[in-house]
Write a protein that binds this ligand. Structure first.
Ligand SMILES: CC(C)(COP(=O)(O)OP(=O)(O)OC[C@H]1O[C@@H](n2cnc3c(N)ncnc32)[C@H](O)[C@@H]1OP(=O)(O)O)[C@@H](O)C(=O)NCCC(=O)NCCS
Length: 285
């Protein structure tokens, strides 16, 4: 078996996106869960974006000349996000996933990231074990939440579209809650027109890049997050990720008709600050 790892290129999107779709679909359906991606095209679209974005590092695995997997490192923030990591179902359990993880860890070390994070499907025993062996700690149990729009407003917490001039105020809240900002991701979302800020007492006290699978949100209290969820018309992708140790917010979502679609886990390696406020992580951590 001849395994080589090489940097990803734009032309890998179709093959790696197809593998990404197959790998997630196979493991989800084996546990009677819906696939994370509704079609191969959606996975190919995501990888096309990541492979062409200068803020992402990528690595592709070739086994005997055939592409069998890929992994990514989101380098837009001081704490890097790992994934999606996927290996062709026909080539799994042969240490290729481990090699793809070690490669992004070497990259993170070269680039002096103080920590890396990821989110895994809690039902997936293999990824949970692999990450724990590679030094990741379990930080937050998560519930992926989905359902009809909640259509609730929280008195005193007003939402509006985020502007580039809001960036510093949002970064300050993120630093207060997480100990670091996520300005790179937020700037992308502002440019894309999906980001929202919440104002309370005439200042910004919370924001979301998008309330959905690929977005994160931060608030000084649960009220900001409730206002963000309450104003969202559709929760993008399989749903948004809710840290279930935040019992009040979890119950608020359940009382407003949302349902848990799957359990997930936030894991980290290296620097991690216990959040000091309310937050929703993104699947890209
Ligand atoms: C997760 C995934 C990338 C792992 O790739 P892989 O090539 O199959 O995994 P590897 O063979 O490198 O490693 C699996 C490790 O888990 C261990 N393992 C597997 N099942 C285990 C279990 N139930 N308990 C304990 N250890 C287990 C293996 O022994 C191996 O450990 P080792 O590296 O110390 O030998 C691959 O299975 C995949 O694509 N899954 C579907 C998509 C997915 O969930 N991706 C992760 C997103 S977070």
């Amino acid at each position: 078996m001849n395994l080589i790892l090489r940097p990803g290129i734009a032309q890998d999107a179709e093959t790696c996106g197809g593998i990404c779709y197959d790998a997630f679909k196979t493991i989800a359906e084996a546990h009677n869960f819906a696939p994370d991606f509704p079609s191969a095209d959606v996975a190919i679209g995501l990888l096309t974006w990541m492979l062409s974005h200068p803020g992402f590092y990528s690595v592709v695995a070739e086994l005997d000349g055939r592409v069998v997997g890929s992994n990514f490192l989101d380098e837009r923030t001081v704490i890097a996000g790992v994934g999606p990591l996927t290996v062709d179902p026909t080539a799994q359990n042969r240490a290729i996933g481990r090699r793809l993880m070690e490669d992004v860890h070497e990259r993170a070390a070269r680039k002096n990231f103080s920590g890396v994070r990821l989110i895994q499907s809690a039902f997936h025993t293999r990824s949970l074990s692999l990450y724990a062996k590679l030094g990741y700690d379990v930080r937050e149990p998560l519930a992926c939440m989905q359902g009809p729009a909640v259509n609730v407003s929280i008195p005193g917490y007003t939402g509006r579209a985020a502007k580039e001039s809001d960036l510093e105020a949002c970064n300050a809240i993120c630093r207060q809650v997480h100990g670091h900002d996520r300005g790179g991701e937020l700037l992308d979302a502002i440019k894309h027109g999906t980001a929202t800020v919440i104002e309370h007492d005439d200042r910004i006290t919370g924001f979301a890049t998008i309330v959905g699978f690929f977005g994160h949100a931060v608030g000084e209290t649960n009220s900001e997050i409730e206002a963000l969820i309450g104003a969202t018309k559709q929760f993008a992708g399989p749903g948004f990720l809710l840290p279930t140790r935040n019992s009040d917010l979890f119950r608020w979502c359940l009382e407003h008709g949302l349902r848990v679609t799957q359990p997930m886990t936030l894991m980290s390696k290296g620097l991690y600050n216990e959040p000091a406020g309310a937050f929703l992580p993104s699947i890209l951590y």
